[in-house]
Design a protein around this ligand. Structure first.
Ligand code: CUA
Length: 329
């Protein structure tokens, strides 16, 4: 099956040509199958426009032509016509078959990654994306090489999310408790936004990231050095990188404003009132526990919405994160 459906550009060239490049309704086409998606979209779009104008035009014409007027009573003008009925049944039927076959082939292609694809695992949680590379490195942004098929294996921590890259025409749900797969091949180096396309709670509209497409050779270089930041930076600075990469900032501000969770500014060392009435000192152990078992002690006045990072974060990352929170006086 894969040989029949894999690869882009199996739509007739005439249909792909209906939508070359960036158009009024669509962003730039930056993946190999973006032309197929737009081609089919505009094929349906122009068919709809054609029949809308034709049917509405005839309606208005007949309204005027057969209008009841002075000295003119209503009259029967149309008889049954088998040939006419056949024409307006068979033509739409054929068009719908064409649309179905093209749509089905495109759908199967977009859900069948080529065997040689490079795999990145994508984990969605309230309210950030985590991208895990084959060497175990986790980042909050998706880095990929250009002109290479990328297989995306999606999972979700808590609720439904949806991985959406408009420039690539890629959208797939991330479902708790199962893996879903999509793929794409970027055609040019550059950046494209990633959205969450499934309403997932308060921070849904903030659940953003981006794809960085590297020039040939650039991706391997990036992946080699990206994971080394904890060894090469001072702990507070490395902690700030972890704060950004792990999406802490979606809920915890660093400027004193309260978000979905408490701000990190001036947090370290205070006595934090928790749900249930007690207060606990914010020290290294409290922060570590709050990352690994967020439900154990919930800050008073906040909802217990933080997902656990148990098994998903390294001790070295927790260490530098504590150092960073400590530095936010
Ligand atoms: Cu995640 Cu919307």
């Amino acid at each position: 099956m894969s040989s029949l459906f894999n690869g882009a550009g199996f739509f007739p060239e005439v249909i792909r040509f209906a939508a070359k490049g960036k158009t009024f309704l669509m962003p730039a086409q930056k993946s190999t199958f973006a032309g197929d998606v737009d081609g089919l979209f505009y094929f349906i779009y122009w068919i709809s426009i054609f029949f809308f104008v034709l049917i509405l035009g005839l309606l208005i014409l007949f309204l005027m032509k057969y209008k009841r007027g002075k000295g003119r009573e209503a009259e029967e003008t149309a008889q049954h016509s088998t040939s006419l009925e056949l024409v307006w049944s068979v033509i739409p039927f054929l068009l719908v078959i064409v649309i179905f076959v093209m749509g089905f082939r495109g759908f199967i292609n977009m859900h069948t990654p080529p065997d040689n694809a490079y795999e990145v695992r994508v984990h969605g949680q309230k309210w950030s994306w985590a991208f895990t590379y084959p060497n175990g490195y986790v980042d909050s942004e998706l880095h990929v090489p250009v002109n290479t098929p990328i297989k995306i294996t999606l999972s979700a921590e808590d609720v439904l999310h949806s991985f959406f890259v408009p420039d690539f025409r890629v959208k797939r749900d991330a479902v708790p408790g199962r893996y879903t797969v999509c793929w794409f091949e970027a055609m040019e180096a550059g950046e494209s936004p990633i959205y969450c396309a499934e309403y997932c709670g308060t921070g849904h509209s903030e659940m953003l990231s981006k794809v960085i497409v590297h020039e040939p050779g650039g991706f391997e270089k990036w992946l080699e050095t990206a994971a080394d930041f904890i060894k090469t930076m001072p702990p507070e600075e490395a902690g700030k990188v972890v704060y950004t990469k792990r999406g802490c900032g979606q809920c915890h501000s660093i400027d004193g404003t309260a978000g979905i969770g408490p701000t990190f500014k001036g947090l370290y060392g205070i006595s934090q009132p928790i749900v249930g009435g007690a207060s606990v000192p914010v020290d290294d152990n409290f922060i570590r526990e709050s990352i690994l078992q967020p439900a154990a002690k919930v800050a008073a006045g906040y909802d217990p919405v933080m997902p656990t990072f148990q098994g998903r974060i390294k001790n070295a990352e927790i260490d530098v994160l504590i150092a960073y929170i400590k530095s936010l006086k």
